[in-house]
Design a protein around this ligand. Structure first.
Ligand code: PNS
Length: 154
């Protein structure tokens, strides 16, 4: 039986920080299903199809990683894919409060699914999708911070 984790997020767009979390997650899990959330409340810059396409293109060379779009509850997605865990990355202490609340809420919704956190590599602690969007909108160079397939979408 393969151990599966769901790696959820908005991925607006996917960054090298996210890719680092995926690679670290694969040290612990056999299979990672990336759940790209619709998240209309966040008013993403890229529509759901484009965000999913960017993730697909970025993980295409790894058969242990899949990507799906989802609109409902994360715990339902985890069930659907027989996942034992939810995977998230932590960059700094400031991430902790939000992640703690979300993990506790997900545990309230489904006791069986564990939240597992990995620490981002130091080089990526300053990388966020929000900064990537902002810098690229202003004509700055983000080529060292996102997977290659993302560049053509920015
Ligand atoms: O990368 P993000 O934007 O921080 O990811 C947020 C995400 C997608 C993990 C969160 O919005 C989410 O889990 N959405 C699904 C809805 C849900 O299950 N909500 C209850 C859990 S708190």
């Amino acid at each position: 039986m393969k151990r599966t984790a769901i790696y959820p997020g908005t991925f607006d767009p996917i960054t090298l920080g996210h890719m680092d979390v995926i690679h670290r997650g694969l040290k612990v899990f056999d299979r990672i299903v990336i759940g790209v959330a619709e998240n209309p409340k966040k008013c993403p810059m890229f529509d759901l199809d484009t965000r999913l396409a960017m993730v697909h293109e970025s993980v295409a060379d790894n058969p242990a990683v899949e990507a799906v779009a989802f609109t409902g509850l994360l715990v339902d997605l985890a069930h659907e894919h027989h996942a034992a865990a939810l995977l998230r990355g932590l960059r700094a202490a400031s991430d902790f409060e939000y992640e703690f609340q979300m993990a506790t809420m997900n545990r309230h919704l489904d006791e069986r699914i564990e939240s597992v956190f990995v620490m981002a590599r130091e080089d990526y602690t300053f990388v966020s999708s929000r900064f990537i969007r902002e810098i690229s909108e202003m004509g700055g160079d983000v080529s060292a911070l996102v997977p290659k397939p993302v560049l053509k979408h920015l």
